[in-house]
Design a protein around this ligand. Structure first.
Ligand SMILES: [Zn+2]
Length: 116
C-alpha cells in the first residue's frame, strides 16, 4: 500500500542537515532534523528574533506563534524519557527556554503599538 510505504520512509528518516545522518527522534519528525540540529536552528532563530525585539521591530504573528510552539516543544522534549538527551542537549534545551522567555518578555512590553 502506497500510504504504508510512505509511512515507513518517514519512520526511518535521518537528519536532513548536511553531513549528519543521526536519526530523527519522535517529536522532531515535522522538523526533519536530529535534536542537535533542531537546537542549532532554534537558537539561531530565537537570537535573530531577540535582535529584532531589541531594535524595536514588531514581530510577525507567525513568529510569535513559532516562539510559543518552540517553548512547548522544548518542555515536551525535556519531559520525554523515550527521547535520548545528552546532558549538553538538556542544558541547551533549558537555555533555549530561557531565551524564549526573554523574547516573550519583550513581546509583552513592546508589542502595544499596532503596526496598522
Ligand atoms: Zn543532525
Amino acid at each position: 500500500m502506497k500510504g504504508c510505504a510512505l509511512f515507513m520512509i518517514r519512520q526511518t528518516r535521518a537528519c536532513q542537515a548536511a553531513a549528519c545522518s543521526a536519526p530523527v527522534p519522535p517529536g522532531l519528525r515535522q522538523h526533519g532534523v536530529c535534536l542537535s540540529h533542531y537546537l542549532d536552528d532554534a537558537f539561531t532563530r530565537v537570537a535573530q528574533t531577540l535582535e529584532l525585539c531589541q531594535i524595536g521591530q514588531p514581530l510577525e504573528p507567525e513568529t510569535v506563534d513559532w516562539l510559543i510552539e518552540q517553548g512547548d516543544f522544548a518542555v515536551r522534549v525535556l519531559s520525554r524519557r523515550d527521547m535520548a538527551k545528552s546532558s549538553e542537549q538538556r542544558a541547551k534545551l533549558l537555555e533555549l527556554l530561557l531565551c524564549l522567555a526573554n523574547v516573550q518578555e519583550y513581546v509583552r512590553h513592546h508589542s502595544v503599538s499596532k503596526a496598522t
